[in-house]
Design a protein around this ligand. Sequence first.
Ligand code: UFG
Length: 340
Amino acid sequence: MKKILVTGGTGFIGSHTAVELQQHGYEVVIVDNLSNSSVDVLDNIAKITGTRPAFEQFDLADQARTAKFFREHHDLSGIIHFAAYKAAGESMEKPLEYYRNNTGSLINILEGMRDNGIRDIVFSSSCTVYGQPDQLPVTEDSPFKTAWSPYGNTKQICEDILRFSSQLLPVRVIALRYFNPIGAHESALIGELPLGVPNNLVPYITQTAIGKRECLSVFGNNYNTPDGTAIRDYIHVVDLANAHVIAVERMIREKCKSRMEIFNLGTGEGYTVMEVIRSFERVSGVKLNYKIVSRRPGDVEKVWADTRLANEELGWKAVRTLDEMMLSAWNWEKALAQRQ
Ligand code: UFG
């Protein structure tokens, strides 16, 4: 059985990817420091798949500890690297923590790969590298725009580190640029678990609907969009997870066309904030309490993916609709409420 390291595997996207990997016959080893996730996720992965993934709790920014891990796991067939700090707003308050954590852990992993002959890494990147693109839908060859937050900048820097590593070291890379991952596993056993007040739209919607939050603030209704609210390309987390399995298989089967490949992962459809709210109300039957407030600093007006490269090269396509995303997110929120 081929063994894949999933860093950040108890997190939102990591846990869904661990499930899909196991269901496709891979052995999964998770490394996570649990700084933004719970160890209980492992039990819930086991409930879905019948197998509890191997787990080691440590910080990948710890160079010596990471080197030890790689010496013990030199038989890895590949790595999917999710573990990172991910809140753009928080990175404005803790810029150096973001730079140290996000770039330091990647460098430690690349050293571990180099020193132990592990060739393949799939990297979690983001559409944030594009900023507000000049042309929509945005293609993978659109230029990076100056990042507005240290968080976004770490994704750009990490892609640069990977580009040179793929040229100068025996390392091969697939960087996946996610648009807006939302939703949860259909079992409602795993999903997004934001600590404290959510920054992202969908957990804020479901928490408001369940009564944990009073009212959703819609950030701006004077954008140049059909209803004035900002447009994003929302993608179901299970569709996203499946793209990672395909990326790993592409590397293992020697299908890559260059030493570093980059793919947008979205649906190719943009929805406004109001359309997301309406979808939620439709599938849940709950009337959402929301108010329009001013724009959030750093938000782009609209972005959605050109997904042709992923569709054609990876043979992957997002299939789940916005309504399915919202319903699964709602079922997850309700399941969480029952557990608490
Ligand atoms: N929004 C609201 N109210 C909220 C939360 C969000 O109206 O309470 C709006 C935002 O203004 C935006 C949309 O909902 O128009 C989506 O916002 P999210 O916070 O869910 O997601 P972002 O598009 O801001 O996030 C993306 C990436 C992040 C990245 C960020 C900044 O998912 O990884 O862009 O570039 F950090």
